[in-house]
Design a binder for this molecule. Structure first.
Ligand code: NAI
Ligand SMILES: O=C(O)C1=NCCCC1
Length: 340
């Protein structure tokens, strides 16, 4: 008789899963995935069951990683919630199995895994594609993904906007420091926009560092070097005409074939990267409906088969992958085993 599975709640998963450990594992597994060696990795496009009466979806995301000895599935529900709903719109459970014997070894919360691994993958895309001098980060949306993206982007990258002394914004809500080599005022610059301004304000109130709340998407994205779209939108909210040439967009929402966050102009003019070509062509309205060409998978850049075209405007269209959940869950279990 096999041992009972380890049960880990959201709090435990959040504590055990750190970006420093997670990012290298995601880079490695996505590079491997893009080599398409089915003796190494099996990950079908997720099965999605629409729950039409309740504006929701149930997704099943299995993955097998032979060399790592990981057999895993995530079961995830995602709902279009009314603004201000206290229910999370994305909820998930991750199951790890013993690859040889088939029994369940761990059952863990998948909300924290989904939040962190998605943000970590976007951060990897930004590391590869953002302009060399990136001063302004803009986040569209103020939910779970917006928060995890804020956390990892501000942990990994420094964003700042330079304003001259004469015109410098001296509002108390900005953190200011003086650069000894150049007499200009530096204000850390992260901007956030949400459909309801009070939701963006609530998001900002939870943070230590100053973030500018913007009243419109246009105001938020003009001049931004890195833009994260993490909304429940089903129609475009980000338009190419507003985007600074050379900016990088990590597009996280719009994960249904008829949903959009980005308009046709942006999709057609940018160099488009995806997490999985099969996933993107089956599930991304931004790709399917715009007719945009996919240039490469993130893994193909990580494994050296395709270049990172940092000098261009780039879109990384994220849909989420079972292998990302699988390596995250394995990491959590390893950490937990190390403590017990
Ligand atoms: N690419 C990936 O791997 C993943 C993608 N997602 C997707 O990312 C998006 C955000 O997810 P969460 O942060 O978990 O959701 P959430 O419900 O916590 O946050 C959603 C945000 O989008 C805003 N929003 C909702 N409808 C909107 C509309 N029509 N126009 C503009 N803003 C709107 C809300 O005000 C909120 O700020 C969702 O589309 C979700 O399906 C979620 C998990 C993984
Ligand atoms: O990868 C995931 O997990 C999800 N992707 C898109 C929709 C919500 C969950």
């Amino acid at each position: 008789m096999s041992e009972s599975p380890v049960l880990l709640n959201k709090h435990e998963v959040e504590r055990l899963l750190t970006y420093d450990d997670l990012i290298p594992r995601l880079e490695s597994v996505m590079g491997k995935f893009s080599k398409r060696d089915s003796s190494e990795i099996i990950q079908p496009v997720r099965s999605v069951v629409p729950i039409q009466q309740h504006s929701g979806f149930l997704g099943v995301m299995p993955a097998y990683l032979a060399a790592e000895g990981i057999l895993c599935t995530k079961i995830v529900t995602f709902y279009q919630r009314a603004e201000g709903s206290s229910l999370p719109s994305t909820q998930a459970t991750v199951l790890l199995f013993h690859p040889e014997h088939g029994h369940v070894t761990a059952i863990m919360d998948g909300e924290a895994i989904t939040a962190k691994r998605t943000a970590a993958v976007s951060a990897i895309s930004a590391k590869l594609f953002k302009p060399a001098l990136s001063e302004v980060l803009c986040i569209l949306g103020s939910g779970q993904q917006a928060r995890s993206h804020y956390d990892v982007f501000t942990k990994l990258f420094k964003f700042k906007e330079v304003t001259s002394m004469k015109t410098g914004n001296t509002s108390k809500s900005f953190k200011m420091c003086f650069c000894v080599c150049d007499p200009v005022l530096y204000t850390l610059q992260v901007r956030v926009w949400s459909r309801r301004k009070e939701m963006a304000q609530r998001f900002v109130n939870d943070l230590q560092d100053p973030v500018t709340v913007c009243s419109s998407v246009k105001e938020a994205v003009i001049g931004a070097d890195v833009i994260v779209t993490a909304t429940g939108a089903s129609q475009p909210i980000l338009f190419g005409e507003w985007v600074k040439p050379g900016a990088h967009i990590a597009a996280v929402g719009a994960c249904r074939p008829d949903w959009r966050e980005l308009d046709d102009v942006l999709m057609r003019e940018a160099v488009v990267y995806v997490d999985s070509r099969e996933g993107a062509t089956a599930e991304s309205g931004d790709i399917i409906l715009s007719g945009a060409e996919v240039f490469a998978e993130l893994g193909e850049v990580l494994n050296g088969s395709f270049p990172a075209r940092r000098e261009k405007t780039t879109v990384f269209k994220s849909l989420g992958m079972g292998i990302q959940d699988a390596v995250s869950a394995k990491l959590v279990l390893e950490k937990w085993n190390g403590e017990h």
